[in-house]
Design a protein around this ligand. Structure first.
Ligand code: BGC
Length: 909
């Protein structure tokens, strides 16, 4: 079975998106765009070693090509590039190549030491200088508040100083995955661009921008602070397994605009263009009474005009509420809606209608201080509405509306409140109207969780045994889901909640998991084997199948353009279909709470509305093409260091207003059908065994009817008593209504290879059959919506690999091939169906994984994808194939090292 590869036109479209997500922070004296025949000297090794994506599962896309900055710039023949300098860098980079280990585990590449004379000579022939600074980070690879990560290295600092000394016109391109320190900025630097990581077309996209083929229209999705405020959120302690969210709802600009305006270098929402815009307020109206209805809210019409005379461009209009402090306390600004214009020519205008339901201005009262505990409220007072093109811009007149008595928009149940008491910050205002930080005690849990869980255990569906009903009859409304599930024995249900993978032989090679129909019996019931793959920056197929690498999440949110992102991901959906993948493990939407989080590049913003809007567009786009998306990591995944042991201690208010808000939007607006829980704990409970997260809030309050999977190899602890986590406590996962455990290894579901406790817990009554049935219903309801279900049969099974003729190579004894080389020529004496088994060992460090493609006569059979075995030898079932009598070459396509393959066996079926 061949897979499809990249979708035609997708990379080109992603290039346009990358250009739009590029943020121009500074452009004195029109440094950019570069003009024809201008002389330019480019500094920094990343002009060649240009980063295209962050690292880890969210960025491991194999590409057919990628672009860098300098070669893309040279290929346009528009400006005169300083060739001497180019040669110096090319020569140095070839002599100092980036080591493969450095690509995954470091946040920067070593920079070339530049000499004063080299810069001086360059300045004699080139008028402008551009410095490219690169940074990356990713899964298991956080940033640190050190040089080479958040800060410049001494060599980079020296480079900037030297260039600024000799050149009058200096521009800096930040080819980064995260916000980085910008204290190096000085008056000599005329231009600064956040180019992010633009995917495989990133090099072309940034050149489009700097040459003026595309006008940048990106706006900051995060505040850039003057210094790294480490005390509240931006710190990672590798010795600590607890993070206390003392900053509460005051994350990013909510903190800076309220308490520390003078500590901001570039405010949230800020970004320049090559042209200028005027935003005029046309009308401000309140629609309907103030209720929770999504059609009642604030409607604003603005006229946006391109008032420049040379370039076209797009503008983003942002609306912020300044709510009364009331009893709860409020941030100085909160984004409540935004919209982007289309491409406006010089002099052209567009009327934008912006709407914000009243509930976006509401706050959650977790203590009862407003008089309404566990409710979303609008406290009495005056609500000022600010309209502009960043959080500080007030170019439109400020309007307001008044509320006389506190209004409850929605009463809910207390859920997820911490049991541990701690202090959180809250504003106090002095007589001069200035905000100061005060503290209050966070309310703790008052409900009886054990009782809540017990009271809500569903009714058991009486077991009927196999009645011959198939899942498709549920799809055709011929039988109920309950009747279908009634046929499953507890032993069969157990298998269904275990996901297999990675690189399952019966789905697209190199993907993250296959789940659903993981046993023959389950497939006979009509449950398909569903294939899912990472995301978010393109399809990850370990083993080298190529796909399209698109810009990182932060660059997508920097576009502030949900229509554009929906289009981008509808193409992603088509590429998924082309590669027979049913579900993308993206978008990741965790809040940029900590600027040092290595996975921020996958995520969108410090603001939940921007996150929720962009992520909903991702999901809608993918679903439009007939496949599905998974929103992850639910919730509070704020750092990689100690991620699997970290307990995030957070108030219920902060959870609901900040950390869960984006997820709520993706569920209600994006209508996502698949959720992945995070690996960390929240208030003592691992996300996979967090009942209030997965059941009370997600399903009961938000009416989610999709399914939930764990993150890979996550821990689970006691649903009531918390405690230590383990990877085989699946009973508590199911009780919480996290339906599928990822992953138990290929063919491990039926064998219970993970030795989980489902069987034993059913027997001792800790897990009710009805709870397992509930998980099965969630999975089957989802399965019905998948492409795998529509396809109706398994791909990649019993594929025929024809033999070749020619001189007879070595014979193999008992169908066992002892592996000595990567190429293994042999003569196969029998023909028919065979199961291929591999014997291997691996010494990949920690949770590291290694992969190897297995090819028969140059056709891919499967990808072996294994974790560390500490050098111990294991055997593993690989795939079922059809083979003939004749010659074969079994090729192992990998870099020998950690993974050692000693034997391949062909067992006659
Ligand atoms: C990551 C997930 C990813 C999964 C499958 C995990 O380690 O946290 O985001 O989807 O692996 O590759």
């Amino acid at each position: 079975m061949k897979t499809g590869g990249p979708l035609k036109g997708f990379a080109e479209f992603s290039r346009a998106v990358a250009a739009q997500g590029t943020i121009l922070l500074k452009n004195d004296n029109n440094f950019l765009p570069l003009q024809k025949q201008e002389t330019v000297a480019v500094f920094g090794r990343c002009q060649l070693d240009y980063y295209n994506c962050g690292t880890g599962s969210g960025g491991s896309v194999t590409v057919m090509y990628s672009t860098d900055f300098i070669n893309s710039l040279k290929s346009r023949n528009k400006v005169i590039v300083n060739e001497t300098l180019y040669d110096i860098y090319t020569d140095w980079v070839s002599k100092n190549p980036v080591q493969p280990s450095n690509i995954v585990k470091s946040t920067h590449y070593e920079e070339m030491e530049i000499t004063d004379s080299c810069v001086k000579e360059a300045a004699q022939v080139s008028e402008k200088a551009i410095i490219v600074i690169g940074r990356t980070a990713g899964e298991d690879n956080d940033n640190t508040n050190t040089k080479g990560s958040f800060f410049l290295t001494d060599t980079e600092k020296n480079l900037i100083e030297q260039v600024c000394k000799h050149f009058d016109k200096v521009g800096v391109i930040l080819n980064v995955s995260n916000i980085m320190d910008m204290s190096w900025e000085n008056k000599k630097i005329s231009s600064i661009v956040y180019a992010w990581h633009g995917g495989m077309e990133g090099g072309n996209a940034i050149v489009d921008v700097i040459l003026g083929n595309a006008t940048p229209s990106g706006k900051l999705p995060d505040t850039i602070p003057i210094i790294l405020e480490s005390s509240l959120s931006n710190h990672i302690d590798k010795n600590s397994t607890e993070f206390i969210y003392e900053d509460d709802i005051y994350v990013g600009y909510r903190y800076y605009e309220t308490f520390a305006k003078d500590k901001v270098k570039y405010p949230f929402g800020f970004g320049l263009s090559y042209t200028k815009f005027k935003i005029e307020l046309l009308s401000f109206n309140l629609i309907g009474p103030i209720t929770n209805s999504k059609s009642n809210g604030i409607e604003i019409k603005v006229l946006v005009t391109n008032i420049g005379n040379r370039y076209n461009g797009k503008e983003v209009v942002q609306v912020y509420v300044e709510a009364p402090q009331g009893q709860l306390g409020q941030p100085a600004r909160k984004l409540i809606t935004f919209a982007k214009t289309h491409l406006l020519n010089q002099g052209e205008s567009e009327i934008l209608t912006l709407f914000s339901p009243f509930f976006r201005s509401a706050s959650f009262d977790d203590s009862g201080i407003s008089g309404f505990k566990s409710a979303y409220v609008l406290e009495a007072g005056e609500y000022f509405i600010h309209v502009g093109n960043n959080v500080r811009d007030d170019q439109c007149p400020v309007n307001s509306f008044k509320i006389n008595n506190t209004i409850v928009l929605k009463q809910v149940e207390e859920a997820m409140a911490p049991s541990m008491s701690f202090k959180r910050i809250k504003p106090v205002i002095d007589s001069a109207g200035r905000f100061h930080i005060d503290h209050e005690t966070v309310p703790t849990q008052t409900i009886d969780l054990a009782q809540r869980i017990e009271e809500r255990i569903p009714n058991e569906i009486p077991y009927t045994g196999d009645q011959g009903y198939k899942l498709k009859q549920v799809g055709h409304n011929q039988i109920s889901m309950e009747k279908f599930i009634a046929q499953f024995s507890p032993a069969e249900l157990e298998i269904l909640v275990r996901g297999e993978g990675a690189s399952h032989p019966n789905v697209t090679p190199g993907t993250a998991s296959a789940f659903g129909g993981v046993s023959k019996k389950l497939r006979e019931f009509g449950i398909p084997l569903i294939c899912c793959a990472d995301g978010p920056s393109g399809i990850r197929m370990e083993g080298g199948l190529a796909a399209t690498l698109i810009p990182i999440g932060t660059q997508l949110s920097s576009t502030w353009d949900y229509n554009l992102i929906e289009m981008l991901y509808s193409m992603e959906g088509k590429e998924l279909i082309k590669n027979n993948i049913d579900l993308l493990l993206a978008p990741g939407i965790n809040i940029h709470h900590n600027l040092l989080n290595g996975r921020n590049f996958e995520y969108y913003s410090e603001d939940p509305l921007l996150c929720g809007k962009i992520a909903s567009a991702v999901v809608k786009g993918i679903r439009k093409s007939g496949v599905d998306a998974t929103v992850k990591h639910f919730a509070c995944s704020g750092q990689e260091t100690n991620k699997r042991r970290l307990n995030n201690v957070v108030s219920e208010r902060a959870l609901r207003e900040i950390y869960l808000k984006g997820f709520e939007m993706v569920i209600k607006e994006g209508k996502v059908n698949s959720v992945m829980t995070a690996s960390n704990k929240i208030n003592g409970y691992y996300c996979a065994s967090n009942y209030d997260l997965n059941t009370t809030i997600l399903r009961k309050e938000w009416n989610y009817d999709g399914f939930v999977m764990t993150d890979w190899w996550t821990c689970i602890n006691d649903i009531v008593n918390k405690g230590e986590g383990s990877q085989n406590n699946l009973a508590n996962m199911i009780k919480a209504q996290n339906d599928v455990y990822m992953t138990v290894g290929n063919y491990g579901a039926e064998l219970n290879e993970n030795h989980d406790n489902i069987h034993e817990s059913l027997n001792n009554g800790n897990l009710k059959l009805s709870e397992l049935q509930r998980a099965a219903i969630n999975i089957c309801r989802f399965a019905l919506k998948t492409n795998a279900f529509k396809r109706g049969h398994m791909l990649f099974e019993n594929t025929h690999f024809p033999a070749q003729t020619g001189p007879i190579p070595k014979l193999i004894v008992n169908n066992i091939l002892e592996i000595e080389n990567t190429d293994n020529l042999f003569y196969f004496e029998s023909s028919g169906k065979f199961q291929i088994n591999v014997t291997y060992s691996s010494t990949a460090k920690g949770l590291g994984q290694t992969a190897c493609n297995v090819l028969l006569n140059d056709f891919l059979v499967t990808t072996i994808h294994v974790g560390n075995t500490n050098g111990k030898t294991f055997s593993k079932k690989l795939a079922n194939v059809k083979m003939d009598q004749g010659n074969y070459n079994l090729k192992l396509d990998y870099i020998p090292g950690a993974l050692k393959i000693t034997k391949i066996e062909f067992i006659k079926l």
